[in-house]
Design a protein around this ligand. Structure first.
Ligand code: PSU
Ligand code: MN
Length: 303
């Protein structure tokens, strides 16, 4: 991408081999309600800066894929109604000079082009529950199959078919590694009931896996599954009940395509009177801290 706009501080950090973490913008524009989303965008960056890591929030601004947003850029993704952009939307936004918030797929794609190795998000997209009929599977998965980046996430949301999502990641040869545990989380909940084959005991071990992956992979990514601590998870009873309601509401309203995930997230925040939102913010912070540690370990390993 010749038209990539990389912020000077990000370019400098990458050039000097210092740690950089990419951050997603769809979580800000479509995943969190206003005005908390703008606070969150700034807070997410501060968590990294406080840890000596350079943040690179990614979005398309006026047609230019941008790596490292300034305050004006953050305001565009937080306060304006902009497109949710996956990888396939990038050339269209670019040609039309439009802005868009990048999904996990598009963020990973742009970050990798910029030479960033570590990326933090809330939850990955995956296979939807009705996928055998709707064919709705997030491009997050197909993109991670061809994009060498390490993504830290709290698993995938329980709105998805978690078993099918894990199967697809296996088929796509994307390693899924628990951070300090083999329990795979389901976003708001610490344990989805699915067990992973492998865990990494700390950030240094993840960095060593990344190095070995570079020698053996065909260019796919790595998923680090980082559960929220159990004392901070959403109440499982309320979770089950609100989730069932949200899935029914999406079906009744005949929501399809890229509107599905934002619809479910918005419904769940409202129906839980914001309790799910606090958990969402906590798990994102938690992922960002771990991504910062991994980026730091990666920089150390390569120094
Ligand atoms: N998970 C979240 N919050 C989000 C998303 C996922 O907890 O905002 C967003 C991410 O940007 C992810 C996208 O890449 O939803 C997946 O959308 P879809 O299911 O349409 O592929
Ligand atoms: Mn979809």
């Amino acid at each position: 991408m010749t038209t990539l706009n990389i912020a000077p501080e990000v370019e400098l950090a990458l050039g000097e081999g210092r740690p950089v973490v990419a951050l997603e913008s769809t979580i800000i524009s479509h995943g969190l309600p206003r005005p908390r989303n703008r606070e969150a965008a700034h807070e997410f960056e501060s968590i990294l800066r406080d840890a000596g890591v350079t943040p690179a929030t990614i979005a398309v601004i006026d047609g230019i894929p941008t790596v490292g947003l300034d305050d004006a850029g953050l305001a565009i993704i937080a306060d304006h109604d902009i497109a949710k952009a996956s990888v396939r939307d990038l050339p269209i936004l670019m040609a039309k000079g439009l802005s868009g918030a990048t999904t996990v797929a598009a963020t990973a794609h742009i970050a990798a082009r910029a030479g960033i190795r570590v990326f933090a998000t809330g939850g990955l997209g995956g296979v939807h529950r009705d996928a055998s009929e709707s064919f709705d599977e997030s491009a997050d998965l197909s993109t991670l199959a061809v994009t060498n980046i390490t993504v830290v996430s709290a698993g995938v949301k329980s709105v998805l078919d978690i078993a099918a999502t894990l199967e697809r990641l296996e088929t796509l040869s994307v390693p899924v590694i628990g951070y300090g545990t083999t329990k795979f989380p389901s976003f708001w909940l610490t344990d989805s009931g699915f067990t992973l084959d492998w865990l990494a005991k700390d950030a240094d071990e993840v960095a060593r896996i990344m190095r070995a992956h570079d020698d053996t992979s065909h260019g796919q990514g790595i998923v680090i599954a980082n559960p929220i601590p159990v004392e901070k998870q959403w109440d499982p009873g309320e979770h089950d009940h609100v989730l069932a309601e949200a899935l029914l509401a999406a079906e009744r309203a005949d929501i399809r395509g890229k509107a599905v995930t934002p619809f479910l997230l918005g419904y769940i925040v409202d129906a839980s009177a914001g309790r799910s939102l606090e958990v969402n913010l906590d798990l994102a912070r938690n992922n960002i801290r771990v991504a910062g540690d991994i980026a730091t370990a990666w920089a150390r390993l390569n120094s």
